[in-house]
Design a protein around this ligand. Structure first.
Ligand SMILES: Cc1cc2nc3c(=O)[nH]c(=O)nc-3n(C[C@H](O)[C@H](O)[C@H](O)COP(=O)(O)OP(=O)(O)OC[C@H]3O[C@@H](n4cnc5c(N)ncnc54)[C@H](O)[C@@H]3O)c2cc1C
Length: 375
């Protein structure tokens, strides 16, 4: 991945921020399930919320590579902090950059650049992997749509100021009858329901978002009516690279722990230890290569579902495998603050699940190959 001079300078400040500010807070955030408002402010201050927003809308106009690299660097220290940024930029702002009207860009991208948190609300009870099974409806009335339904497991649910929400405008047309809306948190009829306790990424809120007769102006449609499914899939193609980046960062953090542990031992750790290290190094390098391939393809306009899905599968599966192997290698030491492998293991698991489970990614990869994609 190639960075301009100013992008490289920003990445240096991200590294400094991650080691000096995020690292010392990560365990406390996890233990207390605390949304890290100080770190969100810190990310704003070093330009992370504005980095990917085009200059025209108040951002820095930096590349996708810079965004993904930033998520990776922060994930090495804390998977919660990086996810707040990732969801806001790659799931809320990115579809507006790609498909939003001039009005939506001016209205919402400028707010993200100033540090507003956003969310993508598509999952419903009974509609996770099958995105078209949603029951939320949007019925046109004059120049407005009236939304009714309930979303669940929404990251940033509690703190988001705005959501991209999927709803059926014409249920009979199935995926061609789905539309995406930008919905304001302050809309009458929108409430935050249950918040879920989680095994990892405990510093992010994961909540229900309930919609009862919520009025949304018809100029808040993303793309056109009926294009929601297509836009959702395109958004997730980029979003999955964000999750690969998060998973890769978690693996790299785990590798650093293991490496420091090895160097701290005076006694011989034996050949079996070297074999384990070799497996970990191979998994890490393969995820990094697949991640970089996916970022480069997406950045050059060749958005590739094959490469996005491969990057998510390899990075997510490796993150779980590497953190698990790390715990086995370090034994009781993996519980120490100095080598936080058990937290990283809990953070890694979700990367196999959200934004399309790794089983669904395998279905996409298989389908793309059968269609003729080159591997
Ligand atoms: C912490 C967390 C944060 C989340 N954040 C968000 C968010 O911000 N926004 C949002 O909209 N959603 C979010 N989600 C929801 C997440 O994207 C879904 O959980 C995910 O898509 C899987 O859906 P599901 O849990 O309903 O599982 P299901 O779809 O019920 O699947 C259950 C199991 O069956 C497998 N499966 C399903 N269909 C197939 C198939 N056709 N072939 C093979 N295997 C299959 C799946 O891989 C899985 O193992 C979040 C979830 C969690 C846990």
């Amino acid at each position: 991945m190639i960075f301009s001079g100013s992008e490289s300078m920003m990445l240096e400040s991200v590294k400094k921020f991650a080691t000096e500010k995020v690292r010392p807070r990560a365990s406390q955030i996890d233990e207390e399930g605390e949304f890290p408002i100080d770190l969100v402010d810190g990310m704003k201050n070093i330009g992370l919320f504005s980095s990917y927003v085009p200059k025209k809308y108040g951002g820095l106009g930096y590349s996708l590579s810079t965004l993904m690299e930033s998520i990776r660097i922060i994930s090495r220290q804390c998977g919660s902090t990086s996810l707040i940024l990732d969801v806001t930029v790659s799931l809320f702002a990115e579809p507006i950059v790609q498909f939003g009207s001039e009005y939506l860009k001016e209205e919402y991208l400028a707010k993200v650049a100033k540090g507003s948190v956003g969310a993508l609300a598509i999952t419903e009870p009974g509609a996770g992997s099958d995105a078209v099974a949603i029951k939320t409806t949007a019925v046109e009335r004059g120049n407005k749509f009236i939304l009714n339904g309930g979303k669940t497991f929404i990251t940033n649910g509690k703190e988001a100021e705005f959501y991209v929400v999927s709803a059926m405008t014409d249920p009979a047309k199935k995926h061609r009858g789905m539309t995406l809306f930008i919905v304001d948190r302050k809309s009458a009829g929108l409430t935050i329901g249950n918040e879920f306790r989680k095994m990892g990424i405990r510093g992010t809120s994961t909540t229900e978002v309930l919609l009862e007769n919520v009025e949304v102006d018809n100029d808040h449609i993303l793309g056109k009516e009926g294009e929601g499914f297509k836009i959702e899939m395109e958004t997730l193609n980029v979003g999955r690279i964000g999750i690969a980046s998060q998973a890769l960062g978690i693996s790299e953090g785990a590798f650093d722990d293991i490496h420091r542990f090895v160097q701290s031992r005076k006694d011989s750790l034996g050949e079996w230890f070297q074999f384990r290290l070799a497996d970990i190094a191979a998994e890490l390098r393969s995820s990094r290569t697949n991640f970089e391939d996916a970022v480069i393809a997406s950045e050059s306009g060749k958005n590739s579902p094959l490469l996005s899905s491969i990057s998510k599968v390899t990075a997510g599966d490796s993150a779980v495998s590497i953190t698990s192997k790390g715990i086995s290698l370090l034994g009781v030491n993996s519980l120490k603050e100095e080598f936080p492998l058990e937290r990283r293991y809990r953070e890694a698991k979700i990367t196999q699940i959200y934004e399309g489970t790794n089983e669904i990614q395998r279905l996409i990869i298989g389908k793309e190959i059968i269609k003729g994609a080159t591997v």
